[in-house]
Design a protein around this ligand. Sequence first.
Ligand code: SF4
Ligand code: FES
Length: 203
Amino acid sequence: MRVDGREAPPRGTILDAVLALGISLPHLCKDDNLPPIGACRTCLVEADGRVVAACHTPAEGITEVSTGSPRVVALRTTVLELTRGMHGPRPDIAGGPSSGELWAAYEAHRLAEPPGPRRERSGLDASSPFFAFHEQQCILCGRCVAACQQLQHIGAIGIAGRGTAARVTPGAGATFADSACTACGSCVAACPTHALVPKEGRA
Ligand code: SF4
Ligand code: FES
């Protein structure tokens, strides 16, 4: 398989090959330690002439991948523009967990600050002694849910509701302090947008 003209081992997924070559490609709902969710579509590439999500497309059988064709860059930019409409302004955090994957993706696709209007999701759950959830930054990628359920097997965090009513919730509890959360930090580490941040990382 060749990715952007470079030879890559046809193992795992296309995203595995792309990242192994050191090529930058957004993958906002794919945690390095978990199976793909396939929710965000920010990892679109062209593979043998088809547009596919790199995170869950096997590399086996693919011969040519392009991460930078005008067609696929335009599609990813459109996806990111839609994502941009889901959250608030860039949080004032230097570094931090995941180092702002979302904002790196915007910059790589020449997208500026979020335009309004956006979803009316502005809750703050600072009940945990260790982290805070700033709902305005959430893009509903599901990485926190997968980390809590599949890595930690706790299930203290979920996504409730559908469509524009969908939101991240602390399971059956009203707040994270009331939930089964053990403050392990997996959700914070997984979040690509700084919606979940350690308390010392943000006022
Ligand atoms: S809190 Fe973060 S990891 Fe969880 S769904 Fe929202 S953006 Fe994704
Ligand atoms: S990273 Fe591939 S669909 Fe989200």
